[in-house]
Design a protein around this ligand. Structure first.
Ligand code: FPP
Length: 261
């Protein structure tokens, strides 16, 4: 009887809500391959990927995750076929426009990281409108990485720091990790503790290079349009089973836990 009951238990019940990652970052991959399975074009995959965006956002908000960053478009993605790029930009614009109400209803703030000025004007305007319209929301932040490159973000930060040094407002020996973090697109947002990548690719692809220094990586072969709440719960359960040592030994971690208990 108990075993039968267990079969129907959602993985959600295994999540320790007091040990949730505060920030989850996701590389949404596999839309093109998903569409191919159905003999459809790649845009069909992206369109179906929106459902997974919605489910993942909803699941994170329900659990109490505070920040969710989704890698929606990298600077490298501009080199895809022109019709795919323009369909993706239109899809983004349409999705953002359609979701503002739901974001507000659920108290979710939309933010963006990346070179936003480099987006087509229509997409940029819609994005800026939604960011403004949701800026007072407090429950969770949905952060879209758009026209994003981790290396460019670091170059940009270095340039800002160099100009402060040049103008004399900052001296080189004052530069520490916080100086750099504060100059990134993600300034003020805590680093993700968990990074999920779908579709069986085990790469970082220029995503949040600085911010993911101590994150746990979770790779799944599930293609992004098939990713949903249960898949997210699975990733969080695995994250919670890992021991995060931050350079310390396992014994030191156990001792700290026992002292804090
Ligand atoms: C990667 O799959 C997916 C993308 C580059 C785009 C992700 C965009 C969406 C899910 C649509 C809208 C998003 C938001 C936030 C509204 P791929 O095309 O690289 O797949 P493949 O590796 O199988 O070719």
């Amino acid at each position: 009887m108990i075993d039968r009951f267990r079969i129907f238990m959602s993985l959600k019940d295994k999540i320790a809500l007091d040990q949730l990652p505060e920030h989850i970052a996701v590389i949404m991959d596999g839309n093109g391959r998903w569409a191919k399975q159905y003999n459809k074009n790649r845009v069909f995959g992206h369109t179906n990927g929106v459902k997974a965006v919605r489910e993942t956002t909803e699941a994170c908000a329900e659990l109490g995750v505070k920040h969710l960053t989704l890698y929606a478009f990298s600077t490298e993605n501009w080199s895809r076929p022109q019709d795919e790029v323009s369909a993706l930009m239109k899809l983004l614009l349409k999705t953002i426009r359609l979701e503002i109400k739901t974001l507000n209803k659920n108290d979710i703030r939309l933010r963006a990281v990346g070179n936003i000025k480099g987006l087509p004007a229509s997409t940029r305007k819609e994005l800026e409108f939604a960011i403004e319209a949701t800026k007072e929301n407090k429950r969770m932040e949905l952060i879209l990485a758009l026209n994003y490159s981790g290396k460019s973000e670091l170059v940009n930060a270095m340039q800002l720091i160099a100009s402060e040094v040049k103008s004399g407002t900052l001296s080189p020996d004052q530069i520490d990790e916080k100086t750099i973090s504060d100059k990134l697109y993600t300034a003020g947002i805590p680093d993700p503790e968990l990074m999920i990548r779908t579709s069986g690719e085990n790469r970082l692809s220029n995503f949040l290079l600085w911010q993911l220094a101590y994150a746990e990586f979770y790779f799944t072969s599930v293609l992004w349009p098939d990713f949903g709440k249960e898949e997210l719960y699975k990733a969080i359960v695995e994250y919670q089973q890992r021991e995060r040592r931050f350079g310390k030994t396992s014994e030191q971690i156990s001792l700290t836990k026992a002292t804090n208990a």
